[in-house]
Design a binder for this molecule. Structure first.
Ligand code: UDP
Length: 236
């Protein structure tokens, strides 16, 4: 395997299926199976779940809510997704731990960095819920932060139907070209929207590689874990 330890970023959308919102247990089961296939290749996997399929803080604040309160709701949404994913993984015999950045001892362990590392070393899949635990951040930034804390080799950013980074939106501009490999500086200079700027800066400053790939294609999570060239690699 190219990588020993990966941080998989799943957007909330990945768990919603065709309806585009909420949690679809059939879809979650399929994602879990793909994650198990990757795990069985011998790679340590940590996962950051998004929450956009249930709630996004910005949507609430655009409609007049206080941003911090709306963001905390978004973080709670990520815990629900984490629980659904944990349930689906355990159902197929994968040992997991859900670690929450907001204390919720009845449903998740508290996030303790050294404990998370220990779980990974013991071969458990670690799911990080509740983002960073602070409002005004995103789960992309959480992915960058946890990847740095876990010393992950790479962040695997699983996209729904998008197979990498393009020079422009390929749905709008037919001349858009897909990149196989770009640097974080290119991303900043060309203002490519892959993750928010905070997350990009965190990755760039800490030398964390990022792989953007399409998880709609069966088997791609395992391929991405093995470093196959299936999407776009962004590095320093
Ligand atoms: N969120 C937050 N702090 C964090 C991570 C997430 O406040 O550290 C909130 C924020 O409101 C965000 C929501 O949780 O909109 C759901 O996360 P995100 O939008 O990143 O999910 P995704 O788009 O990946 O599904």
């Amino acid at each position: 395997m190219k990588y020993n330890r990966v941080l998989l970023k799943l957007s909330g959308e990945a768990l919603a299926g065709e309806q585009g919102f909420g949690i679809n247990p059939v879809v979650v089961a399929d994602v879990a199976r793909q994650i198990k296939d990757a795990k069985d290749l011998g790679v340590e996997i940590a996962i950051v779940c998004g929450g956009g399929n249930i709630w996004r803080g910005k949507t609430g604040s655009d409609m007049g809510m206080e941003r911090a309160a709306a963001d905390y709701m978004g973080m709670l949404a990520t815990v629900m997704n984490g629980m659904a994913l944990q349930n689906a993984l355990e159902a197929i015999g994968v040992n997991t731990r859900l670690l929450s950045a907001i204390d919720m001892k009845e449903v998740a362990e508290p996030y303790i960095r050294r404990r998370a590392v220990r779980h990974l070393e013991k071969g458990r899949i670690v799911i990080f819920g509740a983002g960073t635990g602070s409002p005004f951040f995103t789960t992309d930034t959480t992915a960058a932060l946890r990847a740095a804390e876990m010393n992950a080799d790479v962040i695997l950013m699983a996209k729904n139907g998008v197979d990498g980074v393009y020079s422009a939106d390929p749905k709008v501009d037919p001349t858009a070209k897909k990149y196989d490999h770009i640097t974080y500086l290119d991303v900043l200079n060309e203002d490519l929207h892959i993750m928010d700027q905070t997350a990009i800066t965190l990755c760039k400053d800490n030398g964390i590689d990022l792989c953007v790939f399409n998880m709609q294609e069966d088997g791609n999570i395992a391929k991405a874990c093995d470093g196959a060239s299936i999407g776009t690699i962004i590095s320093k």
